[in-house]
Write a protein that binds this ligand. Structure first.
Ligand SMILES: [Zn+2]
Ligand SMILES: [Zn+2]
Length: 344
């Protein structure tokens, strides 16, 4: 089959590789109908090193089940499904609490060995899905493939961020970063009772995109003044950091009000970050780190799409073939596009 292959840092190509096959009774094979390129893919390509060997990237996908292992009970060939971006067993202590990320059986599709053992991803014609009964969900009725491909990660991440932000209806929320996760977090927050939503983003076209989609927007240097204007100088009630690293956290802390919450959903790889502990104590700040969980939140996410409350396809800048996926990575890295959807 045709697949995108990562063979080391910044080495990406399209190649012919063996089709995946059932390796365990709980596996399913899915013919990928739509996948997507994510900021996490760009991060993985830039940081994967040689340890993972060659692997197929991509963790956002929808497709048609073509084959199931003997223990798969919920799906059969022909079912249209959306996948979570990582696997979980569904029955351990963590899974039963709804915290699938911490499952010992977690394998993150298409991210090399950065988040644990390697599992080939979905920027390919077919993908093997372990623990298919847990990892897959039927695509909700009336939801397009272009919308459903956001369920497994981007939308799940934005939803988890909003859920954990702990704001009250009408509160002012700031979102650091106008990439796909930041923009979808803003749409979810609008659908979930936030008052003003401020997207904080240095790139003008991304600020304009946020405003065209119902948010306010500000350059990082002007964001505090806008938050103050809306809150009589208190600052944002909650801030979602969709950038990651020290930059995202520092920007978030500059905007949050006393007693407020910072939720970071950006990727972090730094070992340390100087938390201003005296202020955090005096201001009773909450700073938390959150990873999306489609397996836990699939019903609510499906409802947001079916109702039309959130249309994630607005962030899809282009549709590309598998052959053009390496080009799509570069265009996203250069911020010429927000997000590429891949037609297998
Ligand atoms: Zn992703
Ligand atoms: Zn588990």
């Amino acid at each position: 089959m045709k697949a995108v292959v990562v063979s080391g840092q910044d080495r990406i190509s399209v190649a012919s590789v063996p089709e995946p096959s059932i390796q365990d009774g709980r596996d399913a094979i899915v013919r990928v109908l739509r996948s997507a390129v994510c900021g996490t893919d760009l991060h993985v390509l830039g940081h994967c090193g040689e340890a993972a060997g060659r692997f197929i990237p991509g963790h956002e996908f929808v497709g048609e089940v073509t084959e199931t292992g003997s223990a798969v009970a919920s799906f059969c060939a022909g079912d249209l499904v959306a996948g979570a971006d990582y696997t979980a067993c569904g029955h351990c202590w963590w899974c039963l609490r709804g915290d699938h990320w911490h499952c010992p059986e977690r394998r993150f599709f298409g991210t090399g060995s950065i988040f644990g053992p390697v599992l080939d991803g979905a920027q390919a014609e077919f993908v093997r899905v372990p623990h298919a009964d847990v990892v897959l969900r039927r695509v909700p009725a009336g939801v397009s493939l272009d919308a459903a491909v956001f369920l497994g990660d981007t939308l799940a991440t934005g939803y988890a961020a909003v859920q954990r932000a702990g704001y009250r209806p009408g509160d002012t929320l700031a979102v650091i970063g106008g990439g796909p996760v930041g923009q979808l977090t803003s749409l979810v927050a609008q659908a979930c009772s936030a008052g003003a939503v401020i997207v904080v983003e240095p790139v003008k076209s991304r600020r304009e995109f946020a405003v065209a989609n119902g948010s306010l927007a500000a350059d990082p240097g002007a964001a505090r003044a806008l938050a103050d204007e809306l809150t009589d100088g208190r600052g944002a009630d909650a801030v979602v950091d969709a950038v990651g690293g020290g930059v995202g956290l520092d920007t978030a802390l500059r905007l949050v009000r006393p007693g407020g919450t910072v939720v970071s959903v950006g990727v972090h790889t730094d070992q340390a970050w100087p938390l201003p502990a005296a202020r955090a104590f005096a201001d009773e700040l909450t700073v938390r780190f959150v990873i999306g969980d489609f397996m836990r939140d699939a019903q609510q996410l499906g409802a947001l799409l079916r109702s039309g409350a959130v249309d994630p396809t607005v962030v899809a800048s282009e549709h590309v073939s598998l052959d053009d996926v390496p080009g799509a990575y570069h265009r996203m890295a250069e911020r010429k596009t927000l997000k590429a959807l891949v037609l297998a």
